[in-house]
Design a binder for this molecule. Structure first.
Ligand code: MCN
Length: 763
């Protein structure tokens, strides 16, 4: 669907413009078109989780057929990557291991060869001399003074500590308190396209083709690491097969490839294998949460005490601060008068953690939503009623929680009510009661969650530009990056909304640091709020200028100028109109401009706005077979509120994808290591992500509570589905088993775990 008049295309379910090329195999990914003469890289990786590097003889590999070079840390002499301001300096990660290795898969050297096969074959000729050190994989031991130190120059394995909230007893006055330990297990992001990069030196510059969410950040990091000026590096992100947070920033291997290409003066490409991806791409979640939630006997929340132990793997990066977000969001949608929060963030000899869809917020939602269900059981209340009783009411916004977050706007009861109606909650409970009474062997469970999360907070401004080209077409440029979200469609809609031009006339360009001025990229579901608002304001700028110019050229008053059918003309006089090409020509000619007007029809804007707090309510319906422990979802319902919706089709798609991942965490996924730090889930046979067969029918709905923090009124939706769905599914499975006396099961709710929990409850 599309429209030619301004003010009527935003909020329409326009189909994704990018799909045709993607579903017909015409997408363009990093690995698709390496130029002739491209060299291929493979990494020598550590087979031990913790060891001193005694020797690294690469001479045999360097002499192998087809091999052009082998580089170690000493050869490239790249500065260590701190990765994040707060990271203690001794914990900085080198791009290639130096002195020690700290996780299985850590890169030690890179082999560059004429073909990928030659590079991979030569890996076997490198036998690093590694002196094993005692391995630390236990986060509790890491916190409580293990004798093993990952970074001897740093006194402990604790990389960070957060404490906030009340000093007084948060549970004072509680008549009922639930105490629990929840494990929010470690997950792998598993983007469909693994890491891929090709660096091409040419004419004194380096062009880096990358699959990356933050091309400007990557450009700056490569430039700084290689001693180049930012202008000497160009990063281009072509089509991209997902990222889920893990492709933000610069992976050490990517900087190594850029350095190798610079050294050799030839294009160098690296595409990781799935096993490399599962072993070495940053992972997510990984918290142990100890909590006490207190309430009065009639169900009013009194206070929360929460301690988080976060295992962020061997090298701290952005994962260091994610537990801070967990603390901030620990109040959820509830009015909790007092919260005491503390987190210890530790390093272990495991794969480093980073951002993964939700990054710090799903952990909070999972904690409070599971705890609310436990409390409801304890109080003998319906979980929907207990939630409703404690929701922050709409007249309290902006609202600062005891967790320290200031929520912009929210109508939580509205979302919960819409969900209960959508799901026919009463009907579901009646069906459950009927089945229980009839003595059904297979147990039915209903799980709720009401979530709030934070998007676009603390990241900085975003750049957007709108230009009318000579032929009258519109060029929209933005500093965000699209890797599945559909920005080519939504940013075009935002510009069309103001200019009244058909979408075919609008080209969207992003993710090329030569074509776009600047950008912070796509993280924290910020693109519509920040990038979209920048494009929105730039389009308004162009529109205002076009109105004034047209009024001058058509000898009319600016108030009488209307935008229709891709033209700018005088209201009520269909013949007196200019098309955009004519306007662009006039705008380029100083002689035809009104006094004081600069030439050109181009406006760019840096938009900055505070973050927003999307929310929603989810309901999962599950069946659990107590004989086998198998849990299966029958139906899923979701109400999500992302403020003003730019494109309901795409927003719903984001929710669907997120729910798939949320179900994955609740039922199937878990990254595991053995006691020696060997990854046990390094293939997709061992790390189980759900297929479409495990995703039930999903019914969605929306409520619309605009954010006051940007002119579109938009909040983010890219992570909402993941955040809301996990606790709903976990709660549904536990609810199914409540007649058997089961009170809690940690995720993933695998048949084995469920079966054991039932056996324990029966015992
Ligand atoms: N949208 C809308 N109205 C709004 C907000 C969003 O219509 N008020 C729609 C738009 O179509 C927009 C899309 O939702 O293009 C996502 O917008 P937004 O919520 O602003 O999020 P971002 O574009 O910044 O995407 C980032 C977010 C994150 S942080 C992760 S992680 C993530 C995600 O999006 N990873 C994804 N969605 C993903 N989707 C795919 N397919 N693959 C990933 O790796």
């Amino acid at each position: 669907m599309q429209t030619l008049t301004p003010g009527s295309i935003l909020g329409h379910a326009v189909r994704r413009r990018e799909d045709a090329r993607m579903v017909t195999g015409r997408g363009n990914y990093v690995d698709d078109r390496p130029p002739a003469g491209t060299l291929h890289a493979a990494f020598v990786r550590s087979a031990l989780a913790h060891a001193e590097i005694r020797g690294l003889d690469v001479s045999a590999a360097a002499a192998a057929p087809g091999v052009v070079a082998v580089f170690t840390a000493a050869d490239l002499a790249l500065p260590a990557r701190v990765g994040f301001e707060m990271v203690p300096a001794p914990m900085a990660r080198p791009r290639l291991a130096e002195g020690r290795v700290r996780f299985v898969g850590e890169p030690l050297a890179v082999v560059i060869a004429e073909s990928r096969e030659a590079a991979v074959d030569a890996l076997q000729l490198v036998a690093p001399e590694l002196e094993p050190l005692e391995v630390l994989v236990d986060a509790e031991a890491a916190r409580h003074g293990s004798a093993v130190h990952l970074f001897p120059q740093h006194a402990s394995n604790v990389a960070g500590h957060f404490a906030s909230g009340t000093d007084a007893d948060p549970l004072e006055g509680a008549e009922v308190t639930i105490r629990a330990r929840f494990v929010n297990q470690r997950l792998a992001p598993v983007p469909m396209e693994p890491e891929a990069v090709r660096a091409e030196p040419e004419g004194g510059r380096l062009t880096v083709w990358a699959t990356n969410q933050t091309p400007f950040g990557l450009r700056d990091e490569i430039a700084a690491s290689l001693g180049l000026d930012g202008s000497e590096v160009r990063v281009v992100v072509p089509d991209m097969g997902g990222g889920f947070g893990a492709k933000a920033g610069a992976r050490p291997e990517v900087v190594v490839i850029a350095a190798a290409a610079q050294k050799l003066g030839r294009p160098v490409q690296w595409v990781e294998t799935r096993t490399e991806n599962l072993m070495t791409m940053t992972q997510g979640r990984g918290q142990v949460q100890d909590l006490e939630l207190g309430a009065t006997r009639d169900g009013r929340l009194v206070g929360l005490r929460l301690h988080v132990l976060a295992d962020i793997g061997s090298y701290p990066g952005i994962a260091l601060i994610l537990p801070f977000l967990t603390g901030q969001m620990s109040s959820g949608v509830y009015d909790i008068p007092r919260i005491h929060y503390e987190a210890h963030v530790v390093v272990t000899n495991t794969t480093p953690l980073g951002a993964y869809r939700g990054a710090g917020r799903p952990e909070a939602a999972a904690m409070i939503e599971r705890a609310m269900d436990m409390l409801a059981v304890e109080l003998g209340m319906d979980p929907a009623e207990l939630r409703r009783l404690n929701l922050i009411p709409p007249d309290r916004f902006p609202h600062t929680t005891a967790g320290g977050a200031t929520y912009d706007s929210g109508e939580y009861a509205k979302a919960l009510d819409a969900l209960l109606e959508l799901a026919d909650y009463k009907g579901l409970r009646a069906e459950q009661a009927r089945r229980r009474e009839a003595g059904d062997r297979v147990q039915m469970g209903i799980g709720l969650s009401v979530y709030v999360e934070v998007t676009a907070a603390g990241i900085g401004p975003e750049w957007g530009a709108v230009t009318i080209r000579e032929d009258g077409s519109v060029l929209v440029r933005c500093g965000t990056t699209s890797f599945g979200q559909g920005h080519e469609t939504t940013l075009a809609q935002i510009a069309a909304e103001q200019l009244g031009v058909p979408l075919e006339q609008i080209q969207v360009l992003h993710s090329d640091t030569d074509a776009v001025e600047r950008g912070h990229g796509t993280v924290g579901s910020r693109s519509m709020q920040h990038g979209g608002s920048a494009v929105h304001e730039a389009a308004i700028g162009v529109r205002d200028k076009a109105r004034e110019l047209a009024a001058h050229l058509l000898e009319a008053s600016p108030q009488d100028i209307v935008f229709r059918s891709g033209t700018v003309g005088v209201a009520g006089v269909p013949g007196r109109a200019l098309d955009w090409a004519a306007l662009a020509a006039a705008a380029a000619d100083p002689a035809r401009l009104p006094a004081g007007m600069d030439p050109g029809l181009a406006v760019d804007v840096d938009f900055n706005g505070e973050g927003s707090y999307p929310f929603g309510a989810h309901c999962a319906v599950a069946e659990v077979d107590p004989e086998t422990g198998e849990a299966r979802l029958l139906k899923f319902f979701a109400i999500d509120d992302c403020g003003r919706i730019i494109n309901p089709l795409l927003a719903e798609g984001q929710v669907h994808g997120g729910i798939g991942q949320g179900i994955g965490q609740a039922l199937y996924e878990e990254v595991l290591f053995d006691a020696q730090g060997n990854p046990l889930t390094a293939s997709l046979l061992d790390y189980s992500i759900p297929s479409i067969g495990e995703i039930p029918e999903v019914e969605t709905g929306t409520t619309v509570t605009p954010s006051p923090h940007n002119p579109l009124g938009a909040k983010g939706v890219g992570e909402s589905g993941t955040i809301g769905s996990t606790p709903a599914v976990q709660n549904a499975v536990v609810d199914a088993l409540s007649p058997l006396g089961v009170r809690h099961i940690d995720m993933p709710l695998s048949p084995e775990r469920v079966w054991k929990a039932i056996a324990e409850a029966r015992a």
